[in-house]
Design a protein around this ligand. Structure first.
Ligand code: NAD
Length: 264
């Protein structure tokens, strides 16, 4: 097992990639501190406990630094300081062309996806520095590189995460802390399964692997980056996208994509 004796804090753990990551990290021997804005995060904790690992859950909004400090303190008092942070919580809050994206929606998306990561890293990194060991894994997106039609706030938030990852690396690699970004392509989460099939099929047709990714595939990458084996990988941007990034230029310029989203 890769993570015996480690405590991992996963945000956005109520569903999707975060929920599966929690289970894969538990299978690798970690105990889990789980956070989400949804109280259903407790169900993920129950699943982890059913695997024989310790797990505690806290419901809080990562965008709010006051809630983050209180939530992390609650998790810490139940389980101890985390060795591993998986910053996974993220939203798509608006799909609209730049000219129609409201300031409020822009701020909301940046607040959760980017400021939320800053809040979480700041809340957990102190004990990692003291211990001289830590793993921070940030879930960005392929949109960080190529942008996304009608999702400027999402793409900007995910690109901003890369700057955070690079800077944490510059400041804290010397403390035994690695910080890496994972850039998923289209992953078969509950949300993606509910997308209109023509949008999903269009994305699959533009993915060299000709399929969506599995949540377990992302989770196993997270587990590897969290392990001692990955101690010299830091500041990296790791794509897990079936080769989709190689088609970014084609996708980004395609009017068809706009029409399929039904946005003028
Ligand atoms: P999801 O919507 O299924 O899960 C996201 C989780 O984050 C939810 O449980 C949600 O309640 C939680 N969350 C949302 N706002 C929060 C907040 N303010 N505070 C705390 N928790 C909050 O999403 P997913 O598809 O599993 O995505 C997980 C991550 O992977 C996200 O950062 C997403 O941007 C990224 N990603 C996903 C895909 C994909 O294809 N699914 C592709 C690229 C990147």
């Amino acid at each position: 097992m890769l993570l015996t004796g480690k405590i991992a804090l996963v945000t956005g753990a109520a569903r999707g990639i975060g929920r599966v990551a929690a289970q894969v990290l538990a299978a690798q021997g970690a105990d889990l501190a789980l956070a989400d804005v949804l109280p259903e995060v407790e169900e993920t904790a129950a699943r982890v406990r059913a695997r024989g690992r310790r797990a505690v859950a806290a419901a809080f909004d990562v965008a709010d630094p006051v809630q983050v400090r209180a939530g992390v303190a609650q998790l810490r008092s139940a389980l101890g300081d985390c060795d591993i942070l998986v910053n996974n919580a993220g939203i798509v809050a608006n799909i609209a062309p730049l000219t129609k994206m409201s300031f409020e929606r822009w701020q909301f998306e940046i607040g959760v996806n980017l400021t939320g990561a800053f809040n979480m890293v700041q809340a957990v990194i102190g004990p990692m520095i003291t211990r001289g060991w830590g793993r921070i894994i940030v879930i960005s997106s392929g949109a960080a590189r190529g942008g996304l039609h009608h999702q400027c706030a999402y793409a900007a938030s995910k690109a901003g995460l890369l700057g955070l990852v690079h800077t944490v690396t510059l400041e804290h690699a010397r403390h035994g802390i690695t910080c890496n970004a994972i850039l998923p392509g289209l992953i078969g989460t509950e949300n993606v399964q509910m997308m209109p099939s023509e949008i999903r099929d269009f994305a699959i047709a533009n993915t060299p692997a000709r399929r969506v990714g599995r949540m377990e595939e992302v989770a196993h990458l997270i587990a590897f980056l969290a392990s001692d084996h990955a101690g010299y990988i830091t500041g990296a941007e790791i794509d897990i996208d079936g080769g989709m990034r190689l088609n970014t230029g084609t996708l980004a310029s395609r009017k068809e994509a706009q029409a399929r989203r039904g946005v003028p």
